[in-house]
Design a protein around this ligand. Sequence first.
Ligand code: KG4
Ligand code: ZN
Length: 371
Amino acid sequence: MSRHYCILTYKDTNSFCNFAGLNLAIFIGIMTTILGIESSCDDTSAAVIRDEFLLSNVMASQEVHRQYGGVIPELASRAHQQNILPVVSQALKQAGVTMEDVDAIAFTRGPGLLGSLLVGTSFAKGLSISTNTPLIEVNHLQGHILSHFVKVEGRDNRSPQFPFLCLLVSGGHTQIVRVDEPLKFEILGHTIDDAVGEAFDKCAKLMGLGYPGGPIVDKLAKEGDPERFRFAKPNIPDLNYSFSGIKTSLLYFVRDMVAENPNFLEENKADLCASFQKDLIDILMKKLILAAKQTGIKDIAIAGGVSANSGLRNRIVEEGQKRGWNTFLPEFKFTTDNAAMIAITGYFKYQKGIFAPLDIAPLSRAAEYGD
Ligand code: KG4
Ligand code: ZN
């Protein structure tokens, strides 16, 4: 919806939600343009969405962390500070819009690194005040899930039907989420310790393969034997996960084998990656299958950085064929952190008239959301 149809000052944001013109504009089909800003970890990203269609999605990844084998929070904040203005400008330019055309600014409120979140939040607020554009706060994890609803011109834009289950697998989270409506979620299960992405990253670090580890392990696993080694599997009740035990199991196994043969890692890295990856996928799938059985839901999606994993993608499709699921894999560019997913979540919130006040602050931990 263009603001030509809705002449309100920013201070009216709360009443904006009740403004009859908003619903009328949606009803008569006026387009809604949302600018999304994502800065929760080490990627600075901005995207523009018009209705559900992506107009631009610009990303600046931070190479500086590679040499340290993990994200250094202080360096991440500084890099966001340098990148955010050019990234947002570029996203608007590529989309062929100006701030005049933008109906709302959606930004990641959390969870994530506090210093990184502060950069995106403060930038969004400044832009909101200076251009008189309403603000929308977005939960990063909901954004990952709703990335399935980003439409790209000329593509097959099939998306899950509600209710659906989403296996959300990232560097910081592992959850099975039931999604009843675009903004109605229930976490059915979650990790009680490490996230699965962390297990991939630690495996790569232990083997001296580099950072981020997930894509490297994935690549090596394609050349290895997934049945060669087995590691300790967790025994956790309900739909919850645990990945700390399997990480330790890999660590001790490698330590003992290297003590016998100093070249063990070099000689076996592909088999180690393939076997470890298979175990992680087995753990993920066991609970996902259980959740599908318990809920009777057949639309099953995956989201988050680890949903780029080729082994997991193949396995979900295979299980789906066996079990009569409709499976949904995100496009690769929407698996890791991106602002398109923030913009689409902002779009759904805009439809419901849910806006954020100017004194809003980031929330670094998922638990702070109370969900
Ligand atoms: O969603 P994301 O970009 O950031 C968080 O919100 O955490 O996820 C990053 C995680 C990292 O742990 C990275 O190693 C993992 O996603 N990842 C992968 C692959 N690509 C990224 N893990 C396994 N296989 C991949 N191909
Ligand atoms: Zn993420």
